[in-house]
Design a binder for this molecule. Structure first.
Ligand code: DON
Length: 309
């Protein structure tokens, strides 16, 4: 990771590891609009804190559905606001060991989700951001546009509508929490913002740039502070322990970096103080993590030795 020659070697190694696996896994189809994505696409990008951007794969600039990767950014916005500490009264910081949309744990834990990286936790964060800003989805979009430098980044309305139509499980999670009093705004409004947030599309190159504030210990691209260094470190801890759902232990073992995945097939990883890495391949494993993005990240840490361990 010292000069451009090394970066080329890293990107080549990533492509080498992934190439024969492209197309593996199953594209998410519980959101019907996502089912039509070509499973053979793959992209990978790395953005350094010094401002360099490197990418490989035919689709490093193709936009894909961010889905749960948005959960990191909405959490950052809530922690930036005055409500940062308040939100932790309504959501814990423990790995769930369960599927990201599981209901039963939420019921016997009295409507307090295990962490903000799974759906119920993200619904709490969205509820809080809605209270803080009056427009949770708008606040997220503004942050992403500013950090990627592309004012045109936006939600995909077809995906948002598709999720709204097929979102009974998220509705169940939200109403269950409302019954415990842990959701404060009207449930349909919270869900509307949540679905629009998940449907934002972004490319690997853009995602790597958007997440750089986490590698820069909380500093945004314009140098202003989104998070204190301590809060940036805390979000990375939550990503490492909870960001890939019930595969977080496996990711810590294989990749060794704070990661956040989404069912659109993207994964964002952070090397604190150094760079971010974004990988995308639409085919998912049984836990909902991209097969090729996980392989790419594993190759990245193997070759560079960049890991938090
Ligand atoms: O709510 C859902 O099920 C999707 N919009 C996002 C799921 C996802 O990416 C993984 N979940 N944490």
């Amino acid at each position: 990771m010292e000069d451009s020659h090394d970066h080329t070697g890293v990107l080549d190694a990533v492509m080498e590891r992934v190439r024969s696996h492209i197309g593996e896994g199953r594209v998410a189809d519980y959101i019907p609009e996502l089912a039509g994505v070509d499973p053979d696409e793959f992209g990978f990008a790395m953005a350094t804190v010094d401002g360099d951007l490197y990418s490989v794969g035919d689709h490093a600039r193709t936009r894909f559905s961010m889905q749960s990767i948005t959960k990191v950014f909405t959490l950052a916005l809530v922690m930036h606001g005055h409500s940062g500490s308040d939100v932790w009264k309504r959501v814990h910081r423990e790995p769930s060991g369960n599927a990201f949309n599981s209901l039963h744990q939420l019921e016997f834990e009295n409507g307090v989700p295990r962490n903000p990286m799974i759906n119920p936790g993200a619904l709490i964060v969205t509820d809080q951001l809605l209270s803080d800003t009056g427009d949770s989805a708008g606040a997220l979009q503004d942050l992403l546009c500013a950090e990627t430098g592309d004012p045109g980044l936006h939600a995909d309305n077809l995906v948002a509508e598709s999720e709204t139509r097929s979102g009974d499980r998220n509705r169940a999670l939200a109403y269950l929490m409302a019954s415990f009093g842990t959701i404060r705004n009207p449930v349909p409004e919270v869900l509307d913002h949540y679905f629009r947030q998940c449907s934002i599309t972004i490319s690997c190159e853009e995602l790597a740039r958007a997440g750089l504030f986490l590698a820069r210990r909380g500093r945004r691209s314009d140098g202003s502070e989104l998070l204190s260094p301590s809060d940036a470190r805390r979000i990375l801890a939550v990503m490492l322990t909870c960001g890939t759902y019930d595969a977080a232990g496996e990711f810590a073992y294989r990749v060794g970096l704070p990661c956040k995945s989404g069912v659109g097939g993207g994964i964002l990883a952070v090397v604190p103080g150094v760079c971010t890495v974004a990988a995308w391949g639409p085919g998912l494993d049984e836990k909902g993590n991209s097969v090729t993005a996980a392989l790419a990240l594993e190759a990245f840490t193997d070759v560079t030795g960049c890991s938090v361990f």
